[in-house]
Design a binder for this molecule. Structure first.
Ligand code: GLA
Length: 385
């Protein structure tokens, strides 16, 4: 049974009715440009074909009912009493509250979510829930807020309601993705450009370490603080608003000003990553996949050595992956501290990769990893009959 028929059937079973609307928002994978979105950098993510479906039926009263096919709990509450739950409901609740501030009052609804992104894998299931909710409520209320503004609103929910100070990359990729294209996104200006992904012979394979991203949120906010400190030091000499405006040469020229060498290494990751992204996009446009792969490798190494957000699971998966013939590049993707890797490899090498990397990884980490050959899909949308 296809996903939509399944969702309709479950809606019928859960709510004994037929949904009025169905929406979908994808997950995302970042190809290169990690931990630089909140430093005004250029990032290069794409939307996936897996994501979050949301079916809605409007009600006559002002009750909200929320369920997900991925979790066992449910919420039923009057619209006026929506409060933080410390459960997954907080993503939609945060969006409902943020939209209310924008003058979009929801009516009573039965909502059913169905996610096809592995939970907690770092493929942006939370951004996907936020964006699908914001897009759906805006479409139903016919308010005409554009998708980029809904993306910004969703990021704000994550920052202010959830408490993770993430950048804009995830919500943007989820909202604005394009089938078979990656997005070159300038996170300072929000200018963007779609770059075709030639995926005939070479494909993207995601490796899920199945290591929950423990402490990811607190470590994430810690890195953000370190970058702010580095920026303050650089600003004593250079007139810049973001770390990504510095060249490596400029950073090196003020190295002595950094008493804390760890903070210097964080800045060095940011500055070199920005340079890698610029080169990587050029190489991809010139169809130089081997060159692109090398930069993916260099990105991972910098995240491991200078930014220190990888850890044994990600490092093992990447190191084993690079041993397989036909692999052009392999790196962690997303925030790190567990989660997923992304590998660019020849399609004939996929089975060998899954077998060998899977075996060695399991021996070392005592955990069975998962692998997905992913499709690159479109951003958030309404699914019409
Ligand atoms: C998480 C955040 C993004 C980005 C990445 C790291 O996915 O939500 O904003 O900072 O980590 O590149």
């Amino acid at each position: 049974m296809d996903k939509i028929s399944y969702l309709r059937q479950e809606f019928q079973e859960n709510y004994e009715s037929v949904p009025d609307f169905i929406f979908f928002a994808p997950g995302r994978v970042n190809l290169i440009g990690e931990h630089i979105d909140y430093n005004g950098g250029l990032v290069f993510p794409c939307a996936l074909t897996v994501g979050t479906y949301l079916a809605i039926k409007l009600r006559e009263d002002t009750t909200i009912r929320m369920r997900s096919l991925n979790f066992n709990n449910e919420l039923e509450t009057p619209l006026t009493e929506l409060n933080k739950t410390n459960e997954w409901f907080d993503y939609p609740i945060g969006v409902l509250k943020a939209l209310e501030k924008e003058g979009i009052e929801a009516s009573g609804m039965d909502m059913l979510y169905y996610g096809t992104i592995p939970n907690g894998s770092g493929l942006s299931s939370s951004a996907s829930i936020e964006v699908v909710t914001a897009y759906a409520l805006n479409a139903i209320a016919q308010k005409g807020i554009n998708t980029v503004d809904l993306v910004k609103l969703s990021q704000k929910v994550e920052n202010e309601f959830i408490g993770v100070n993430c950048g804009i990359m995830d919500q943007f990729a989820v909202g604005m993705g394009k089938e078979n294209h990656a997005i070159a996104l300038n996170c300072d200006t929000l200018e963007y450009d779609y770059v075709p992904l030639a995926t005939d012979e070479y494909i993207l394979l995601i490796g899920n370490t199945k290591v929950q991203r423990k402490l990811a949120d607190s470590k994430y906010n810690e890195r953000l603080g370190e970058c702010r400190e580095a920026l303050r030091i650089a600003q004593k000499t250079f007139k810049v608003n973001h770390l990504c405006e510095l060249s490596l040469e400029q950073l090196e020229s003020v190295a002595a000003d950094f008493e804390n060498k760890m903070v210097y290494r964080r800045a060095r990751h940011v500055v070199t990553e920005q340079e890698r992204v610029v080169k990587a996009i050029k190489l991809l446009k010139a169809n130089d996949l081997a060159g692109f792969g090398k930069l993916m490798n260099a990105s991972h190494d910098s995240l491991r050595d200078d930014y220190e957000v990888t850890g044994e699971a990600l490092d093992t998966m990447v190191a084993e992956g690079r041993k397989i013939e036909g692999v052009l590049g392999s790196r962690m993707t997303g925030a790190g501290f567990g989660g997923c890797t992304v590998t660019l490899l020849h399609k004939d090498s996929v089975q060998e990769f899954i077998d060998k990397v899977g075996k060695h990884y399991k021996e070392k980490l005592q955990t069975q990893p998962e692998f997905y050959a992913v499709g690159v899909g479109n951003g958030v949308m309404e699914i019409k009959n």
